[in-house]
Design a protein around this ligand. Structure first.
Ligand SMILES: [Mn+2]
Length: 328
């Protein structure tokens, strides 16, 4: 794979000391990619540090007894590799620091999210892969190396979670998953156990409270959630094509991929632009932070209604349903 070879060459040339990190809501794909890359580059002894981790990642590293320290300062490094991210807005309080770093030293990003925003002067490796774990695993394959048992398991977790339990998997994903599961010495159920989480009673109570506020209109469910916003939207998305949860100035949008074919990331980006806020997300899940969430949600509902009408019209005109806000 030409791209893996190019990336390998770039990584080989990096000047020590090297820092590896990822975005500020590090999910299993981000931490797996970071850990696997740190081991692959062990002759260069890179540090692996985090801005912050999501709860799933915290659970995984705790159970696998892995420690990832917080980033303190980045000036002492000569090179930085960011995995699973290339959009500077996903770096939170480190956005400006990494931007300044890239002006003076070498910053490489390895990512599978399409974004037009990149850190100026950074070198970006983008792949259409369904997870960053798959990209890092291709580097191992390029060198004819096998990740350790634990690292294979981690990469498998990254791959499962980023493909939404293989819903977005490609033949390459299945090939990689087959090999990683075999290398890991574990079974698929153990992977699922580690990825799934049970909440506390308090969490369950706040989700149930949010569910009581839910309304459904035109295939869109909306609820108010002070906490666990994304979780609430995910639950509602099992019932309606699109689910929106809002609270504390933030909005989460999740689509049910069996009956909706939008680009949620693009939609929330548009919303954030209109209401002067920030957005984040992928094709199927996203969110934004805006000043007036009520108005922004009304706008989203209108857009979605419009979109639905358009796709109904086009499905009447042609047999193809694929006419989302933006195709996948
Ligand atoms: Mn990812």
């Amino acid at each position: 794979m030409q791209q893996a070879r190019n990336l390998e060459k770039t990584l080989e040339k990096l000047k020590k000391p090297i820092l590896i990190s990822f975005h500020s809501v590090a999910d299993p794909d981000a931490i797996a990619s970071g850990i696997a890359l740190q081991q692959l580059l062990k002759s260069k002894n890179p540090d692996l540090k985090q801005i912050s981790l999501n709860s799933q990642s915290k659970k995984i590293i705790k159970e696998l007894e892995i420690k990832i320290e917080k980033i303190e300062q980045i000036e002492k490094y000569n090179s930085v590799i960011l995995v699973d991210v290339s959009d500077p807005e996903m770096l939170e309080s480190f956005e400006e620091k990494f931007k300044r770093f890239a002006l003076k030293k070498k910053l490489v990003t390895i990512d599978h999210h399409e974004t037009l925003k990149k850190i100026k002067h950074s070198q970006n490796f983008f792949s259409q892969s369904t997870s960053c774990s798959e990209i890092i695993y291709s580097l191992y394959k390029e060198k004819n190396l096998k990740p350790s048992k634990t690292t294979s398991f981690l990469l498998l977790l990254g791959l499962i979670s980023d493909t939404n339990y293989f819903k977005e998997a490609t033949p390459d994903t299945f090939q990689a998953a087959y090999e990683l599961l075999k290398n890991s010495g574990k079974n698929y159920f153990q992977a699922l156990q580690l990825l799934k989480q049970c909440g506390t009673d308090e969490e369950a109570k706040s989700v149930i409270k949010a569910m009581k506020s839910a309304i459904v209109e035109n295939g869109v469910s909306t609820c108010k959630a002070e906490t666990h916003r994304t979780q609430c939207a995910s639950i509602l998305s099992t019932l309606t094509p699109i689910a929106i949860a809002m609270g504390n100035g933030k909005i989460s949008v999740v689509q049910n991929t069996s009956c909706s074919n939008l680009n949620v990331g693009e939609l929330v980006k548009k919303c954030a632009k209109k209401f002067h806020g920030n957005s984040w997300g992928h094709e199927n899940i996203g969110g934004c932070e805006v000043q007036n969430t009520e108005r922004a949600v009304e706008w989203l509902k209108k857009e979605l209604k419009q979109e639905r009408l358009q796709s109904q019209e086009s499905s009447q005109a042609t047999p193809s349903r694929k006419n989302g806000l933006q195709g996948k």
